[in-house]
Write a protein that binds this ligand. Structure first.
Ligand code: PLP
Length: 407
C-alpha cells in the first residue's frame, strides 16, 4: 500500500459497515478486542473448509498441510517481532495464558521464599494476579513501581525497589487504561544490570507500533491475537532461547513430551515443551494473516496515523470542556479514558451505545489504577487503525447530547 488508505482499510473490516440501533457503528472498544479484516476471516474459513487436521501427530496429507501452516505462522510471528529463532515463539491462549505460563515456569525455576518480583501500579490484572498467586505459593514478595497523576511511571523510584532478592520485573509496554507508553528499553537495561529478568506485557502495544525484541533486549514478551486484529484464543510468549531452555514446562500433556514412561518423562524441545495438548492452530494461522495484513500497511504508518488520531481526540475532548482525562503522559498511545463532568459513567455509556458508539465502561481490569485516582471506573475510547476524525467528532457530539440530557 503506497499510503495509508483509510477508506480501503475500513472496507477490509466487514463489521464496521453495519448499523446498530439504526446508527452507523462507531467501534471504540479496541483496547478490549479489535475487529477482524477480511484476510483473517477468509483464512480461518478456508482452513476449516480445506485444511483442518490435528497438527504434528499425523502422517496424512491434511495433517502435514496443517502442521506446515502452523509452523509458517510461527515464523511470521518471529519476523513480526524480529526474534532470532522461531523456536523462541510459543503459542498460548492469549496474554493471560502467556503470563500464567511465565509466572509458573519462572516461579518454579527461580523463586523461593523471600525473593522479590516487581510490577507496576498501572498493570492489567493479568499482570498482577498470576504473580501474586506465585508469591502466595512461594512466600515471595510483590513490589510496585508507582505512577504519578499524569500516569507516568515514577522511574526515579525504580532503583530503590531493586534489592539482591529481586528476581523478576514484569511491566506493561502500554497501559490499557492510561495509554502511557512505558520506557521499557530503559527498564530492561536497568533490570539487566542487576541480573533481573524482565517480562514485557505487549497486549496493548503490539498493534500500535513496530516491536523489535532484539533491539529491546527483551527476555520475555507476551501478547494476544485478538487485540491485533487476529482471532481469539491465541497468543504468544516470546522468550530468549537460552532462557526458555532453562525453564520447566507449564502444563503437561500430549506434544510437550519426548519419552513417557511411568517412571520418568522427558520433554520435547522448544517451543513444543510449552505447547501441551491440541493448540489453537487455526488461531495461529489467523493471527499470522493479521500480522501480514499489518505488515503490508506498515506499522510505522499505522503508528503515525493513530498518533494523529489520538492528538486530535485529546484536543477535541479538551475543547468540549468539563472532561476529566485520565492518562496525560507525554508519551501516550491511542487510549482515551475520561469522565464527563459528574455524570455517571454507566449513564453516559448507555447513551453512547444508543448512538451507535461502542466504548468500554468500568475498571478495565486495572483496579489499582482506579484506586490511585479514587474513582470507580472510567469511560474508555480506545482507537484503532480503522477509526477516523469524523468518528471522534461524533463522539464529541454525543458528549454534548449527554451533557444536555443531564443538565
Ligand atoms: N494485559 C493488558 C495490558 C491488557 O490490556 C489485557 C487485556 O485487556 C491483558 C493483559 C489480557 O489480555 P487477554 O484477555 O487477551 O488475555
Amino acid at each position: 500500500m503506497a499510503e495509508f488508505d483509510i477508506t480501503q482499510i475500513r472496507a477490509d473490516f466487514p463489521v464496521l459497515s453495519q448499523k446498530v440501533y439504526n446508527k452507523p457503528l462507531v467501534y471504540f472498544d479496541n483496547g478490549a478486542t479489535t475487529q477482524k479484516p477480511r484476510p483473517v476471516i477468509d483464512v480461518v474459513q478456508r482452513y476449516y473448509e480445506k485444511t483442518n487436521s490435528s497438527i504434528h501427530r499425523g502422517v496424512h496429507y491434511l495433517s502435514d498441510q496443517a502442521t506446515n501452516e502452523y509452523e509458517a505462522a510461527r515464523e511470521t510471528v518471529r519476523r513480526f517481532i524480529n526474534a532470532r529463532e522461531s523456536r523462541e515463539i510459543v503459542f498460548t491462549s492469549g496474554t493471560t495464558g502467556s503470563l500464567n505460563l511465565l509466572s509458573f515456569s519462572l516461579g518454579e525455576k527461580y523463586i523461593s521464599a523471600g525473593d522479590e518480583i516487581i510490577v507496576s501500579e498501572m498493570e492489567h490484572h493479568a499482570n498482577i494476579v498470576p504473580w501474586q498467586m506465585l508469591c502466595e505459593r512461594k512466600g515471595a514478595i510483590l513490589k510496585v513501581i508507582p505512577f504519578d497523576d499524569r500516569g507516568v511511571l515514577q522511574m526515579d523510584m525504580l532503583p530503590g525497589l531493586f534489592t539482591p532478592r529481586t528476581r523478576i520485573l514484569s511491566v506493561a509496554h502500554i497501559s490499557n487504561t492510561l495509554g502511557t507508553i512505558n520506557p521499557i528499553k530503559e527498564i530492561i537495561a536497568m533490570a539487566h544490570t542487576r541480573g533481573v529478568q524482565v517480562v514485557i506485557d505487549a497486549a496493548q502495544s503490539i498493534q500500535h507500533a513496530a516491536i523489535d525484541v532484539q533491539a529491546l533486549d527483551a527476555d520475555y514478551l507476551v501478547f494476544s491475537g485478538h487485540k491485533i486484529y487476529g482471532p481469539t484464543g491465541i497468543g504468544v510468549v516470546y522468550g530468549k532461547e537460552k532462557l526458555l531452555e532453562e525453564l520447566p514446562p507449564y502444563q503437561g500433556g500430549g506434544d510437550m513430551v519426548d519419552v513417557v514412561t511411568f517412571e520418568k518423562t522427558t520433554y520435547n524441545e522448544l517451543p513444543y515443551k510449552f505447547e501441551a495438548g491440541t493448540t489453537n492452530y487455526i488461531g495461529a494461522v489467523g493471527m499470522a494473516a493479521a500480522l501480514d495484513y499489518l505488515t503490508a500497511i506498515g506499522m510505522d504508518r499505522i503508528a503515525a496515523y493513530e498518533q494523529d488520531l489520538l492528538h486530535y481526540g485529546m484536543q477535541k475532548l479538551e475543547e468540549e470542556g468539563d472532561i476529566r482525562l485520565f492518562g496525560t503522559a507525554p508519551d501516550k498511545a491511542s487510549i482515551l479514558s475520561f469522565h464527563i463532568g459528574t455524570i455517571h459513567m454507566l449513564d453516559a455509556g448507555m447513551i453512547f451505545d444508543k448512538m451507535g458508539i461502542a466504548v468500554r465502561v468500568g475498571t478495565h481490569c486495572a483496579q489499582p489504577v482506579m484506586q490511585h485516582f479514587g474513582i470507580t471506573g472510567t469511560l474508555r475510547a480506545s482507537l484503532a487503525l480503522y477509526n477516523t476524525r469524523e468518528e471522534i467528532d461524533y463522539l464529541c457530539k454525543a458528549i454534548r447530547q449527554i451533557k444536555t440530557m443531564f443538565a
